[in-house]
Design a protein around this ligand. Structure first.
Ligand code: ADP
Ligand code: ZN
Length: 755
């Protein structure tokens, strides 16, 4: 028997091997095997069985062994790997390596446990006799016999205060038997640290939810691929819809992948989801799942190796059929996949920022397609890409327009910083109105969250008087101020001009830079509320492992009055006592050099507002800005997604941005700027010549960050609507181009962070 094998990273090629007799039964497509390559033992995945080869068979090497006696990659994952390699211009080997967690590749550390079970039930008489002769043995027998399931031997003996000899006697007589079981290390399983743990019961659905669930159920049951976009305002009960859809998929015997952003995987949400999902799984299988096994696997980047391996094994063997996890859970070996859910589908965090640079949401859609599953994308603020697909009929749009229990969306109050700046001599970090509102909440023992979005590293220039921000004439994004040579530059096309000393619009001399951080905000809060308990939450303060959870649980229990932080506070958290949410600087996310800046700002505002008023009390949201007239702000006031999308899509259309065309980013790095410039220009010419009709090039130009650690950076943009044709061409040209050794290049298809 001959098989074609994809080695894991290092060899992007299908290699052929013979399979020795004793491994034949196990060497199916998708199986992880060990193979000899150039004298070393490596891992590979069986990609084809019985592959034809013109290589003389007797010279083929043999597979050494099979790592697991079941496929590590399902057929849909293998198909997905090939698609990703083409789409993202990287080797199949590196994709396969990404799909199989390191812990699984190492294959070590499967922990086993001995269980005690009854082998031969004793009659009442026999038990009485045993009680007289050996009372300890009788006690042990009765205990084990009373249990619903086999119990861990060590645990039983220590509970009864008995020695191993007692068990040994019963084992020897064949009354009890020992079983070996893999021990599951279950992430967060015993986490009750925030004292909020209630086994959530299913809610009776409201009309809109019911309509969405009915539509999804029909789709899931057809067993055909399709995509639905669930657009539901914050607090509209999207999670309940997801759970019902999961129920349908599992009752139909299918498996489920449920993706959520990493930051939303707090112990609280995980515990809630797990209890519901376990109940669903149990009902769907009528309790027939393996005894003691886990039914719902949780998957995120903080798992220990053992936890990850156990979760993976449970899915690969079919013991568990549902995984809830962050981006990489899209590769979990779920069997018979029927439903893929991507919650908060607009989240940029779904994009991986290292090779392979895949987008979890897009990959989720493709995986669903490969396995004939339904894909459900959900958000209060869908990405314009997904919304556009829904409008064009490619996806089906499901809508939840109302909050559950008729709770009101909070009132959004815009604080015009231009007026504040005029009233006070210098511009304070917090406006008088925001300070007053915070003091008012503090007096009433209610809580406040202040958001400060620090995304973006560079400063743009903004007029203090009229709020004007200089934009590029060609790209409609904010120009960036470069202090070194006093210029404004466009980070997309490289256009530049001298930085003005006065505002180009109103001629005021007060041009300032933007650059507020969480620390400055925290200081300002301390000044405004000297007696309040204040906590700052950002990646700087949250580096200690459990700090994030500690702070959140203190905040929930009311030990903190004001929480200052980046968006990491926001996701999926319910704080009923929070009645004020302040966004300190809405402009910061709006005037970054990224064509998605407006979209991000709109998303930020709507999501932040969604944090307020989750309890019985109405919430208030205050947004500080120099540009209150901006569309992202005006539309978010009324949570008018449709209005925003229509207006923003028009801009995207006019400037040929996604979703109307795909963007590909090409980065060149090297120690010598002149050489870098020269070669990227030569390269651009080559691309122009070969692909001219299919792509529009912008650049090459210096990158937004021109130099990192003494390495210079240049970039080139490709705009295209034929990505699947252009990328392979680029990959081919790139392989032929005579790159100097000291230039590194990175291709990023559909990048999400331009700034
Ligand atoms: P979203 O994700 O859409 O912002 P959630 O799924 O977090 O909203 O739901 C908000 C709250 O409403 C949660 O506490 C949830 O348990 C509750 N909820 C969901 N559906 C219902 C319903 N049909 N009736 C009552 N409460 C519900
Ligand atoms: Zn001005």
């Amino acid at each position: 028997m001959i098989v074609g094998i994809h080695p894991l990273a290092g060899f992007d090629k299908l290699l052929h091997y013979r399979v020795p007799e004793h491994l034949r039964a196990a060497a199916a497509v998708g199986t992880l095997v060990r193979i000899p390559i150039t004298g070393a033992v490596r891992l590979g995945i069986v990609a084809e069985v019985g592959a034809p080869t013109d290589f003389p068979i007797d010279r083929l090497k043999s597979v050494i062994d099979v790592v697991y006696p079941f496929p590590a990659l399902t057929p849909d994952l293998l198909q997905l790997a090939r698609w990703m390699a083409g789409y993202y211009a990287c080797g199949v080997d590196s994709i396969i390596e990404t799909m199989i967690p390191a812990a699984v590749r190492r294959g070590a550390g499967i922990k086993q446990q001995k269980l005690l079970a009854v082998a031969q039930p004793l009659t009442a008489d026999e038990i009485t006799a045993l009680e007289k002769r050996a009372p300890q043995q009788a006690r042990l027998y009765r205990f084990v016999a009373e249990q619903f399931r086999p119990q861990p031997k060590a645990l039983v003996l220590s509970r009864l205060g008995q020695t191993a000899a007692v068990a040994a006697a019963l084992l020897k007589r064949g009354v009890l038997r020992e079983e070996l079981r893999r021990i599951e290390r279950v992430a967060y399983s015993d986490d009750h640290s925030d004292g909020e743990l209630v086994a959530a019961q299913p809610h009776a659905l409201n009309l809109e939810q019911q309509r969405a669930v009915d539509a999804l159920a029909a789709d899931i049951q057809t067993g055909k691929f399709g995509v639905s976009l669930l657009h539901g305002v914050t607090g509209s009960g999207k999670t309940e819809v997801y759970l019902r859809a999961i129920d349908v998929a599992m009752r139909a015997g299918g498996g489920v992948v449920f993706l959520v952003p990493e930051v939303a995987l707090t112990p609280q949400t995980v515990a809630r989801l797990r209890s519901r999902l376990n109940a669903i799984a149990e009902a769907a299988t009528a309790g027939a799942a393996a005894a003691g096994g886990q039914r719902c696997v949780v998957w995120h980047s903080h798992l220990s190796e053992g936890e990850r391996l156990d979760g993976w094994l449970a899915l690969a063997t079919g013991e568990a059929r549902v995984v809830v996890g962050a981006r990489s859970a899209v590769f979990a070996p779920v069997q018979n996949l029927k439903l893929v859910i991507v919650d908060e589908e607009h989240e940029p965090a779904y994009k991986q920022d290292e090779t392979p640079r895949y987008h979890g949401r897009d990959v989720a859609v493709v995986r669903a397609k490969a396995s004939g599953a339904h894909c459900l994308l959900g958000s209060a603020t869908p990405s314009l890409e997904s919304f556009h697909n829904a409008q064009s009929g490619k996806y089906r749009l499901l809508q939840l327009t109302e909050r559950v229990d008729n709770r009101k969306l909070p009132h959004i109050d815009i604080v015009d910083l231009r007026i504040e700046a005029m009233k006070q001599r210098h511009l304070p970090t917090l406006s008088g109105r925001l300070v007053e509102a915070m003091q008012d909440r503090f007096a009433r023992r209610e809580q406040t969250i202040l958001f400060i979005n620090r995304r973006g590293y560079s400063s743009s220039m903004q007029c203090k008087k009229c709020g004007h921000v200089e934009e590029c004439l060609h790209c409609s994004i904010a120009m960036t101020y470069h202090r070194t040579d006093e210029t404004l530059r466009c980070h997309l096309c490289g256009d530049q001009r001298p930085a003005p000393l006065r505002c180009p619009k109103c001629a005021a001399p007060d041009i300032r830079w933007r650059g507020l951080g969480t620390q400055r905000v925290e200081e300002a809060v301390r000044r405004a509320l000297p007696r309040a308990r204040i906590e700052r939450m950002d990646t700087d303060t949250m580096s200690r492992k459990n700090r994030f959870r500690e702070v959140l649980s203190q905040f929930r229990s009311g030990k903190i009055d004001v929480l200052v932080g980046t968006q990491m506070i926001g996701k999926g958290l319910d704080f009923p006592n929070v009645t004020l949410v302040g966004l300190v600087d809405a402009d910061m996310s709006m005037h970054v050099p990224d064509f998605r800046a407006n979209e991000r700002t709109f998303q930020l505002l709507v999501q932040v507002a969604g944090r307020a008023g989750r309890g019985d009390r109405a919430g208030e949201v205050m947004v500080q800005t120099f540009t209150p007239q901006a569309e992202a702000i005006q539309f978010s006031r009324h949570a008018d997604f449709a209005g925003f999308a229509a207006s923003e899509l028009k801009v995207r259309h006019d400037f040929h941005y996604p979703p109307y065309r795909h963007l590909i980013h090409h980065l060149f790095r090297g120690p010598n700027p002149d050489k870098l410039k020269f070669f990227s220009e030569q390269w651009a010419k080559l691309v122009e010549k070969n692909l001219g009709a299919r792509v529009e090039l912008r650049g090459p130009s210096a990158s937004p960050i021109e130099k990192i650690k003494d390495e210079y950076r240049w970039q080139l943009w490709y705009f295209t609507n034929a990505v699947t044709k252009v990328v392979p061409e680029l990959a081919r040209l790139r392989a032929e181009f005579a790159w100097p050794d000291d230039i590194t290049q990175v291709l990023d298809v559909d990048p999400v962070n331009l700034a």
